[in-house]
Design a protein around this ligand. Structure first.
Ligand SMILES: [Zn+2]
Length: 730
């Protein structure tokens, strides 16, 4: 196999000697230009390094990065990396709008690499493909390797589809983590916590867009890191193929744009709009239950202990029906129906997958609560804890070691590259155990059976894939599971088969994960714990996910776990109101975390329960009530609408005090939605003070404080928003 490919490769190399094209500048570079936009890409003709990208100015920082890096694995799992600069021979050929670089003669190993790039005038992007001729196991391929220049302004920075979208104006505040087995949930993996496979840099001089327009949803790392030269944008393909040669498609794209982060997102959205097979618009989705289309507020709490590492004795919200007065009171005050989303409800141990059933206190106790909730128009959901195996709980007396041993269950776990089985890195405070491989029958059967049991109690929603951010299983390198011995898209394909099976067996059930569902899972994971506050850890949240996928999925605001660690809530006492406004505008259901006395908390998992350390209850409930009224009145926009760029306006700014320093955010947040040709711009003042917004775009428009209320004309471009108010501008 290798020999045949080697011959072809040599023929191409020989041919290349006759067709080498010179650089337009006459130097050591060869270039491609996109005719309509004028954007050019240049590569060093000796090494293949991408040296220039832009129009009037080079937007790249480092002209000498190797064109590619590849990590292989030995038989024993040992990794070794080669880069383009390791090749002792590099030749190139230019044919029309395509450059191809061929690399060979690497020290110690026999393999060849071809990297090809073409200019596509249809999408205005440069498309890269890569071919590796080898007998070895490829783990990942990073191509092209590029870095951008550092920026200094607040409105310049990196757009990263992490969690639901983050903007990082100071790359040095981003903590880069190298993905290695055993997995961590917070890796910059797609699908995973990276929900959409692209990254972009926004600058005043022009933006750089780097992504994968890949209908096969191959596994990728999408991340960035500060280097001595600038900011490295990292896009690695995990081919997930059997040992040996691999040829990619042309899905890796690099290009330029002008504008802000919405303009970068438009490039991906344009691609997605024509490649969303299997995605059903919510307005046409007949498989979803009625509650999904009502303005529910998710009220989340635990029934044992007070935080996720507490003693697990029952609290005041157990038996489950004890929560009824608090829930009814909440509905009375806000006008919102409630979904009670339970934690620490498992009869096995809290956060101890895969076994959860029966519920703590027995099936009848949970069923009685579900019935009582249905009686007041409410619903019940439960958190699970993903695709993991719990050997032993650290919270309660629960030990499955003997069952593991007796059933030889090690054969179903995600294995390390060397075949070993170290303990998982997931939820180590709560449990010790392993990651379950999604490809095995045991995983599929066990999770399917547990979901069916939960559903039998009338539970409407299961956050089955909590701890599996984005809905993604973890990395497995086993040689014995029937999948390639490296991570790849086989993992998400196996997970999607599992989700399909669960949904087929439980019609009307809605599944969720931690963060929002990554793109390949959206059609099956349609309600997830989407906490915007996480991106204050080094950056600030932007509603990128909603901008791309809003018509196809509705999530909820999430339990904000860790959120009080990333934001100083004492210094930023209105942060909960900010999050409410943000999630409402993103189209998500609002979420309130409460303690066992119904007190609103900043975040799930917080440890400080002193009366001075909690959100302003009256302000929060007032805002929830107003947001719920709008949500009831305008589902065609807030749930079904297509997101548009918000109208530009000026207003005061507030500081959010984060663990990385203060971040400026506007006092009024805004989003625009279009539905059947009509557009409405929603503006929310999340502050406890009135805020004036000004824009020439408002002049001559009408606005209202309630749908159906009398509309007022904005004559001078200035609108005064009272505290905690919402307006629609038409
Ligand atoms: Zn496996």
């Amino acid at each position: 196999m290798l020999k045949t490919k080697l011959v072809c490769f040599l023929l191409l190399s020989a041919h290349a000697l006759f067709v080498i094209a010179g650089s337009p500048s006459g130097g050591e570079e060869v270039s491609l230009t996109i005719k309509d936009s004028g954007y050019s890409l240049s590569m060093n003709r000796t090494t293949g390094s991408v040296s220039y990208l832009g129009k009037d100015e080079n937007l790249l920082a480092d002209a000498n990065e190797p064109l590619f890096r590849i990590r292989f694995r030995n038989e024993d799992g040992t990794p070794y990396i080669y880069t383009a600069t390791d090749a002792r021979t590099c030749t190139f050929v230019k044919r029309g709008k395509r450059l191809t670089f061929a690399y060979s003669d690497f020290p110690d190993r026999v393999f060849q690499v071809l990297v090809s790039v073409g200019a596509d005038k249809k999408d205005g992007l440069f498309h890269f493909s890569m071919k590796v001729d080898t007998d070895d196991q490829i783990e990942w391929m990073e191509y092209p390797c590029v870095s951008v220049k550092e920026t200094t302004s607040e409105d310049e920075g990196i757009l990263w589809p992490y969690n639901e979208g983050g903007f990082f104006s100071d790359a040095s505040k981003h903590y880069y983590i190298e993905p290695e087995y055993p997995s961590q949930g917070n890796y910059g993996m797609y699908p995973g916590m990276v929900l959409t496979p692209f990254i972009a840099q926004v600058t005043h001089k022009g933006g750089v867009y780097f992504g994968a327009h890949d209908p096969l949803h191959n596994t990728r790392q999408v991340d960035f890191r500060k280097t001595a030269e600038g900011i490295h944008l990292q896009l690695r393909l995990y081919p997930g193929a059997e040992k040996g040669s691999y040829v990619s498609g042309e899905e890796t794209v690099l290009g330029c744009f002008e504008g802000n982060w919405y303009d970068a997102a438009d490039i991906y959205r344009h691609y997605f709009d024509s490649h969303h097979k299997g995605f059903v618009r919510l307005e046409e989705n007949k498989s979803l239950p009625k509650w999904y289309f009502e303005p529910y507020v998710v009220l989340t709490y635990c029934v044992r202990g007070h935080h996720d590492m507490d003693e697990m004795s029952p609290n005041k919200l157990f038996p489950y029906v004890n929560a009824m007065p608090i829930i009814e009171d909440f509905t009375r005050q806000t006008g919102a129906p409630v979904m009670a989303l339970l934690m620490h409800w498992e009869g096995t141990a809290p956060w101890a997958p895969p076994y959860v059933w029966p519920p703590y206190g027995g099936e009848d106790a949970l069923r009685e609560f579900v019935n009582r909730m249905h009686g007041i128009g409410g619903e019940v959901g439960v958190y699970c804890s993903g695709m993991g195996w719990t050997q032993k709980s650290n919270l309660v007396d629960y030990d499955k070691s003997q069952a593991f041993k007796d059933g030889h269950l090690e054969k179903y776990m995600c294995l390390a590259p060397d075949g070993s089985l170290p303990l998982s890195r997931i939820c180590t405070g709560q449990r010790s155990g392993y990651d379950l491989c999604p490809s095995t029958d045991f995983t599929r059967r066990t999770l399917t059976e547990e979901m069916k049991k939960i559903r039998s109690s009338g539970v409407a929603y299961i956050q089955m894939m909590d701890q599996n951010h984005g809905g993604t299983p973890y990395m497995c390198y086993s040689h014995d599971h029937g999948h390639p011995a490296v991570p790849g898209k086989w993992e998400s394909e196996a997970a999607n088969e599992l989700y399909e099976q669960v949904l087929k067996e439980n019609p009307g059930l809605v599944l969720g994960c931690e963060s929002a569902a990554a793109e390949p899972f959206i059609p099956k994971i349609l309600f997830s714990d989407n906490r915007c506050g996480l991106n204050f850890n080094g950056g600030q949240p932007v509603p990128l996910y909603s901008y791309i996928y809003h018509e196809y999925v509705t999530n909820f605001m999430g339990n904000n776990v860790c959120g009080d660690g990333f934001v100083d809530c004492r210094q930023t006492p209105e942060i909960f109101q900010y999050r409410l406004a943000y999630s409402f505008l993103a189209g998500d259901f609002l979420t309130v975390v409460i303690n066992d006395e119904g007190v609103i908390l900043w975040a799930w998992g917080q440890r400080d329960f002193s009366p001075a350390y909690r959100p302003d209850r009256e302000a929060s409930l007032t805002l929830i009530k107003r947001l719920t009224e709008w949500r009831k009145a305008c589902p065609e926009y807030l749930q079904f609408g297509r997101t548009k760029h918000p109208l530009p306006f000026e207003c005061g700014q507030s500081q959010i005090f984060t663990n990385m320093g203060p971040v400026n955010v506007p006092d009024v947040l805004s989003t625009s939605y279009e539905h059947k040709g009509k557009t409405v711009h929603f503006l929310v003042n999340w502050r406890n003070t009135e805020v004036n917004v000004r824009s020439s775009a408002f002049v001559g428009r009408e606005y209202s404080f309630r749908r159906g209320a009398e509309r007022m004309a904005c004559l001078n471009g200035s609108i005064l928003l009272p505290p905690l108010s919402v307006i629609a501008v038409y």
